[in-house]
Ligand binder design. Sequence first.
Ligand code: UVW
Length: 322
Amino acid sequence: MDQPRTISDLLGPTPPSNWGKWGPDDEVGSLNYLTADEVLRGVGSVVTGEVFTLQVPIGSPDVEGDPVWPNRTSAVRTPVMDEGFFQRGEAPEVPADGHRWADDRIDMFLQGSTQYDALGHLWYDGLIWNGYDASTTIGSLSRASVMPIAQRGVVGRGVLIDMARHRGKEVLERAESFTHLDLLEAAERQGVEIRPRDVILVRTGWIGSYYRMPRAEFYTDFNEPGLIYSPELVEWFQAMEIPNLVTDTIANERSVDPETGIEMALHCALMRNLGVAFTEICWLDDLAAACAADGRWSFLYTAAPLKVEGASGAPVNPVVIR
Ligand code: UVW
């Protein structure tokens, strides 16, 4: 067979799909699997009560920019009020009661920090999740924006698979790939079972590496390590009813297939076709260290992106309780 040139070629005319499974108006896809029973299953995996937050900082003082997808720019935070405004006589009002304040504004890509993608964030062949027409994204996502995910929240049993540790590395190489079979092998070695409806967290060490090298070097020959497409991987995600994929990379999958040049195959096969929620740019190093220390790799995973109407994604600070 010729090399596939498009996503359609790659995935074929009848790829695994969950369209219609939760009705014609669904906008949260596989998050529907996270029923109250799944919430309780997550709660049941809490043992010590340790809490981990998974968001990377926005605008670390000693770091050049933030780790964002190459055509996005880092957040810019602007102080619009602080003591300086009062000292310079620039405050719009000077309360007689003596109180003063600081205010900030921020200009950022909604996908420019740890974030949830909306299910309508990425598509092919003119249709987004659940078969909605891609024209519903024009101006504002009137279908499958991040808002319904933000409204429902995400709570369930999470399992962390540390692929970097599994391969004996601090960080996976550029473009280094792995499959669901590698996840299963790593899980077995970690002594944890990936169960149906688990939120899967995968650590590659990639985001950690951003903070250890000059920014320009991070973006040189940019091709993130990550999961790669195969029909078997997609079937496995569907059969396992995986609601949410969470990683410490910017796009949750190897950026580009060096042979075909195809990008974002898993965004299309998992998010657009199966409705799997994608959570990206997570800080997993501290959680992984704690899991490795006591050999417990499952926990309660909770998250809710910001409620931004019509948005293609939104920042989030997921909280894990072990
Ligand atoms: C792209 O859209 C490139 O990636 P992400 O899903 O990380 O926002």
